[in-house]
Design a protein around this ligand. Sequence first.
Ligand code: SF4
Length: 158
Amino acid sequence: MIACPFHIPAYSYSSALNPVIKKCIFCYDTRLKEGKPPACVESCPQQVMTFGKRKDLMKIAHERIKKNPGQYVDHVYGEKEVGGTGWFYLSSAPFEEAGFDVNLPKKPIIDNVKDFLAIVPMVLTIWPALFTGFHLLATKGKSHGHGDDHSHDEQEGH
Ligand code: SF4
Protein backbone atom coordinates (compact mmCIF):
# COMPACT_ATOMS: atom_id res chain seq x y z
CA MET A 1 0.00 0.00 0.00
CA ILE A 2 1.57 3.30 -1.16
CA ALA A 3 0.29 5.21 1.85
CA CYS A 4 2.39 3.12 4.25
CA PRO A 5 6.19 3.49 3.84
CA PHE A 6 6.59 0.21 5.74
CA HIS A 7 4.11 -1.67 3.51
CA ILE A 8 2.31 -2.96 6.60
CA PRO A 9 -1.43 -2.85 5.77
CA ALA A 10 -2.40 -6.10 4.11
CA TYR A 11 -5.47 -6.85 2.04
CA SER A 12 -7.67 -9.74 3.10
CA TYR A 13 -9.83 -10.99 0.25
CA SER A 14 -11.53 -13.82 2.16
CA SER A 15 -14.86 -12.21 1.25
CA ALA A 16 -15.06 -10.87 -2.31
CA LEU A 17 -17.91 -8.58 -1.31
CA ASN A 18 -16.23 -7.40 1.83
CA PRO A 19 -12.45 -7.10 1.29
CA VAL A 20 -10.64 -5.93 4.41
CA ILE A 21 -7.38 -4.05 4.93
CA LYS A 22 -5.64 -5.31 8.08
CA LYS A 23 -2.77 -3.99 10.13
CA CYS A 24 -1.59 -4.21 13.71
CA ILE A 25 -3.98 -2.42 16.05
CA PHE A 26 -2.16 -3.51 19.20
CA CYS A 27 -4.85 -6.13 19.81
CA TYR A 28 -7.08 -3.26 20.89
CA ASP A 29 -10.43 -5.04 20.43
CA THR A 30 -9.32 -8.46 21.63
CA ARG A 31 -6.98 -7.63 24.51
CA LEU A 32 -6.29 -3.98 25.38
CA LYS A 33 -9.95 -3.30 26.07
CA GLU A 34 -9.75 -6.09 28.66
CA GLY A 35 -6.62 -4.63 30.22
CA LYS A 36 -4.39 -7.32 28.73
CA PRO A 37 -1.14 -6.61 26.88
CA PRO A 38 -0.95 -7.35 23.14
CA ALA A 39 -0.74 -11.05 22.30
CA CYS A 40 2.71 -10.91 20.74
CA VAL A 41 4.15 -9.01 23.75
CA GLU A 42 2.68 -11.54 26.20
CA SER A 43 3.60 -14.63 24.21
CA CYS A 44 7.17 -13.72 23.21
CA PRO A 45 9.46 -16.26 24.99
CA GLN A 46 12.45 -13.91 24.76
CA GLN A 47 10.44 -10.99 26.10
CA VAL A 48 12.03 -8.71 23.56
CA MET A 49 8.88 -6.59 23.27
CA THR A 50 7.71 -3.98 25.74
CA PHE A 51 4.29 -2.35 25.52
CA GLY A 52 3.34 1.01 27.01
CA LYS A 53 2.85 4.73 26.46
CA ARG A 54 5.04 6.31 23.79
CA LYS A 55 6.71 8.77 26.19
CA ASP A 56 7.59 6.03 28.69
CA LEU A 57 8.89 3.62 26.04
CA MET A 58 11.05 6.35 24.49
CA LYS A 59 12.59 7.02 27.91
CA ILE A 60 13.25 3.28 28.44
CA ALA A 61 14.80 2.97 24.97
CA HIS A 62 17.23 5.86 25.41
CA GLU A 63 18.16 4.71 28.92
CA ARG A 64 18.84 1.20 27.62
CA ILE A 65 21.18 2.60 24.93
CA LYS A 66 22.93 4.82 27.52
CA LYS A 67 23.35 2.05 30.13
CA ASN A 68 24.69 -0.45 27.57
CA PRO A 69 27.34 1.40 25.57
CA GLY A 70 28.34 -0.46 22.40
CA GLN A 71 25.50 -2.94 22.72
CA TYR A 72 23.01 -0.94 20.65
CA VAL A 73 23.16 1.39 17.69
CA ASP A 74 22.68 4.87 19.15
CA HIS A 75 19.29 5.37 17.50
CA VAL A 76 15.69 4.50 18.35
CA TYR A 77 14.14 3.50 15.04
CA GLY A 78 10.57 4.86 14.87
CA GLU A 79 11.19 7.83 17.14
CA LYS A 80 11.44 10.35 14.28
CA GLU A 81 10.91 8.33 11.10
CA VAL A 82 7.92 9.73 9.15
CA GLY A 83 6.89 11.82 12.14
CA GLY A 84 7.19 8.91 14.60
CA THR A 85 5.70 5.40 14.52
CA GLY A 86 3.73 3.21 16.95
CA TRP A 87 6.50 0.58 17.08
CA PHE A 88 10.08 1.44 18.06
CA TYR A 89 13.19 -0.65 17.63
CA LEU A 90 16.63 -0.94 19.17
CA SER A 91 19.24 -2.89 17.27
CA SER A 92 22.77 -4.10 17.89
CA ALA A 93 23.38 -4.16 14.12
CA PRO A 94 23.02 -1.17 11.76
CA PHE A 95 19.32 -0.85 10.94
CA GLU A 96 19.88 -1.09 7.17
CA GLU A 97 21.57 -4.48 7.76
CA ALA A 98 18.48 -5.54 9.70
CA GLY A 99 16.32 -4.63 6.69
CA PHE A 100 14.97 -1.31 7.93
CA ASP A 101 14.49 1.60 5.53
CA VAL A 102 16.89 4.23 6.84
CA ASN A 103 16.09 6.78 4.14
CA LEU A 104 12.63 7.68 5.31
CA PRO A 105 11.79 11.37 5.77
CA LYS A 106 11.22 12.79 9.24
CA LYS A 107 8.05 14.59 8.22
CA PRO A 108 4.76 12.65 8.59
CA ILE A 109 3.49 10.96 5.42
CA ILE A 110 0.23 12.90 5.68
CA ASP A 111 2.24 16.09 5.00
CA ASN A 112 2.61 14.85 1.41
CA VAL A 113 -1.12 14.96 0.81
CA LYS A 114 -2.65 17.30 3.40
CA ASP A 115 -2.62 20.30 1.04
CA PHE A 116 -4.41 18.23 -1.59
CA LEU A 117 -6.86 16.86 0.95
CA ALA A 118 -7.56 20.38 2.14
CA ILE A 119 -9.03 21.34 -1.23
CA VAL A 120 -11.18 18.24 -1.65
CA PRO A 121 -14.19 19.68 0.27
CA MET A 122 -13.96 22.83 -1.83
CA VAL A 123 -13.84 20.84 -5.08
CA LEU A 124 -16.76 18.69 -3.94
CA THR A 125 -18.88 21.74 -3.21
CA ILE A 126 -17.85 24.46 -5.67
CA TRP A 127 -17.51 22.40 -8.84
CA PRO A 128 -21.06 20.90 -8.78
CA ALA A 129 -22.45 24.40 -8.18
CA LEU A 130 -20.30 25.78 -10.96
CA PHE A 131 -21.36 23.16 -13.49
CA THR A 132 -24.99 23.45 -12.49
CA GLY A 133 -24.69 27.16 -13.16
CA PHE A 134 -23.09 26.52 -16.55
CA HIS A 135 -25.86 24.06 -17.37
CA LEU A 136 -28.61 26.49 -16.39
CA LEU A 137 -26.96 29.24 -18.41
CA ALA A 138 -26.57 26.94 -21.39
CA THR A 139 -30.16 25.71 -21.29
CA LYS A 140 -31.75 29.03 -20.34
CA GLY A 141 -32.45 30.03 -23.94
CA LYS A 142 -33.75 26.60 -24.88
CA SER A 143 -36.56 26.54 -22.28
CA HIS A 144 -37.86 29.98 -23.35
CA GLY A 145 -37.16 29.82 -27.11
CA HIS A 146 -39.55 28.59 -29.88
CA GLY A 147 -37.89 25.17 -30.20
CA ASP A 148 -39.70 21.87 -29.93
CA ASP A 149 -41.41 22.83 -26.66
CA HIS A 150 -45.08 23.05 -27.64
CA SER A 151 -46.35 24.54 -24.41
CA HIS A 152 -45.98 27.99 -26.01
CA ASP A 153 -48.25 27.04 -28.93
CA GLU A 154 -51.37 26.71 -26.66
CA GLN A 155 -50.64 30.00 -24.87
CA GLU A 156 -50.09 31.88 -28.11
CA GLY A 157 -53.05 30.04 -29.81
CA HIS A 158 -50.96 28.37 -32.47
S1 SF4 B 1 -0.40 -9.63 18.18
FE1 SF4 B 1 1.09 -7.98 18.10
S2 SF4 B 1 1.36 -7.57 15.94
FE2 SF4 B 1 -0.53 -8.71 16.15
S3 SF4 B 1 -2.14 -7.15 16.29
FE3 SF4 B 1 -1.51 -7.72 18.37
S4 SF4 B 1 0.02 -6.20 18.87
FE4 SF4 B 1 -0.19 -6.16 16.69
